[in-house]
Design a protein around this ligand. Structure first.
Ligand SMILES: [Zn+2]
Length: 172
């Protein structure tokens, strides 16, 4: 067995072990909408609209105000990823209670943070698992939800943006 194979098998075993012990909170719905469907939030520096740009088959997100330098670090290969990185960067403009998937409406910051920590763990284990399954080219054993890697990766970005939004959020 190659080291790569062993490492991937180890990752899969670990993910299965952890997933068998994690249960998603009730009403958390990871299928509430497509995680690839992302609205472009406004700029946290100047309040102008954010915008997406396509550059040589990659995607970039920046502030639409030409005098404002706010932008994501590097272009990425998917539109949804650029949009979610932009959301993360401007998460102070996002009210976490309105985000899909995680059922955070009505939760105070500390409760929302706790809930997201739990969900984040679940999503990361599934991301590891779907990655290992694809690399090993095997069928899933059905533990956890069966989505492909990019679906879990998108949810992971949503969750990261949500955590950042909770941290930044000031009640209005
Ligand atoms: Zn701006």
């Amino acid at each position: 067995m190659t080291n790569d194979f062993k490492r991937t098998m180890g990752k899969l075993k670990n993910a299965d072990k952890r997933l068998a012990a994690i249960h998603l909170p009730k009403r958390v719905d990871l299928q509430e909408q497509s995680p690839f469907d992302v609205n472009i939030v406004s700029c946290s520096d100047c309040g102008a609209k954010g915008e997406l740009k396509s550059v040589d088959n990659t995607w970039f997100a920046q502030c639409s105000n030409t005098k404002c330098a706010n932008q994501i670090q590097t272009p990425v290969n998917f539109k949804w990823k650029a949009s979610l990185l932009w959301m993360q960067k401007n998460s102070s403009t996002v009210d976490y209670r309105t985000l899909p998937f995680f059922d955070l409406s009505g939760l105070r910051k500390d409760r929302a943070r706790e809930k997201l920590k739990h969900i984040d763990n679940y999503i990361r284990m599934n991301k590891d698992k779907s990655d290992a399954i694809a690399k090993l080219d095997i069928e899933s054993n059905g533990i956890g939800l069966v989505y492909d890697y990019s679906y879990w990766e998108a949810l992971y970005f949503w969750c990261t943006a949500a955590k950042s939004s909770v941290k930044q959020f000031k009640a209005r």
